[in-house]
Design a protein around this ligand. Structure first.
Ligand code: ADP
Length: 318
């Protein structure tokens, strides 16, 4: 039976991580477990930045974006000798189980630790929604709301000036933010890893739009193209003047939405319950509105196939 639980956040931060930490802390205490916060992800675990947490340690955290435990990257964590040091640090505090909140890299680290005897359960926290085992990751909903708020504002000004707004959003490995928000704002065009990038097609759609619209919205994921260059091409080849806006890290911040707070809180409870049942080497996933524990390896290799269906809807609706 486990007695002491450690909690860390790793990889990119996401709104709702604090709500998940709070839930893990309070569920642990409710079940008479001691709980320890590990600062700055696996880097802090390696450096021994560990501190006991209490109910009050997580007061007033639920509604705040980011992660109060901090996050960092430590690529060397794939080296077993580095993980040995981390395990020695856990042993020093008698921590026998870990909850790790983050993306697929974080889960790979947790899986590697689990195989070395530390019981690990993961919680998916990433704005990109790129963990295939779960329908939703913590932070995705908040990030999308931030994006549509920005695009709605850009649309107000671009339709006054008869402009095309090109918005670069996050999601170099997964176009979920781009495609979902594209539907939500009625974008004329979305380009992501999944949809591909075809400049002639974009120009043709924007030309058509210019015949009966006062604005056009093009959403592009980061690293796909240079959005300033794209703006120049659209300005040259269509009747619209185009301007590019890179939303950047603003997408990671902000107070989590109801959906993210509830998802994070219930996943945090479930993670500790799984550890209490003796389960580990798995992550908490939402599948069809139910929380389930899925082995890391399975969750990482599953296919999520909803994006191209949504993209088809988007192509019809503009
Ligand atoms: P995310 O969790 O958001 O995908 P990263 O890919 O940066 O973010 O991963 C977070 C951290 O997880 C890395 O800095 C590293 O410490 C650890 N990690 C990633 N991949 C592995 C791996 N294959 N083995 C062990 N640890 C890993």
């Amino acid at each position: 039976m486990i007695k002491k639980v450690g909690i860390l956040t790793s990889g990119g931060d996401a709104p709702g991580m604090n709500a998940a930490i709070r839930a893990v802390v309070r569920t642990s205490i409710y079940n008479n477990l001691e709980v320890y916060g590990i600062y700055d992800g696996y880097r802090g675990l390696y450096e021994g930045k560990i501190e006991r947490l209490f109910r009050k340690s997580v007061s007033e955290r639920l509604m705040r974006g980011g992660t109060f435990l901090g996050t960092a990257r430590l690529p060397e964590f794939s080296n077993p000798e580095i993980r040995e040091v981390a395990i020695e640090n856990l042993n020093e505090y008698g921590i026998d189980a870990l909850v790790t909140i983050g993306g697929d890299g974080t889960f790979r680290g947790a899986l590697a630790l689990d195989k070395m005897g530390i019981k690990c359960v993961g919680i998916p926290g990433t704005i990109d929604n790129d963990i295939n085992g779960t329908d939703y990751t913590i932070g995705f909903d908040t990030a999308m709301n931030t994006v549509i708020d920005a695009i709605d504002k850009l649309r107000d000004t671009s339709s006054s000036h008869r402009r095309c707004s090109i918005i670069e959003v996050m999601g170099r490995n997964c176009g979920a933010i781009a495609i979902w928000t594209g539907i939500a704002v009625g974008a004329e065009y979305v380009a992501s890893k999944e949809t591909g990038f075809d400049i002639d097609d974009i120009v043709e759609v924007i030309r058509q739009a210019s015949r009966f619209k006062r604005h056009a919205v093009v959403i592009v994921t980061e690293n796909l193209t240079n959005v300033d260059e794209l703006a120049k091409i659209i300005t040259e080849k269509t009747p619209f003047e185009a301007r590019a806006t890179v939303l950047g890290h603003v997408q990671r911040g902000g107070s989590p939405t109801v959906r993210d707070r509830v998802l994070a809180s219930t996943m945090g409870v479930k993670a500790v319950e799984e550890l209490l049942k003796g389960n580990s080497g798995c992550c908490i996933c939402e599948v069809g509105n139910k929380l389930v524990a899925i082995p890391f390896e399975e969750a990482l290799k599953m296919e999520k196939d909803d994006l191209m269906d949504k993209y088809r809807a988007l192509k019809v609706l503009w």
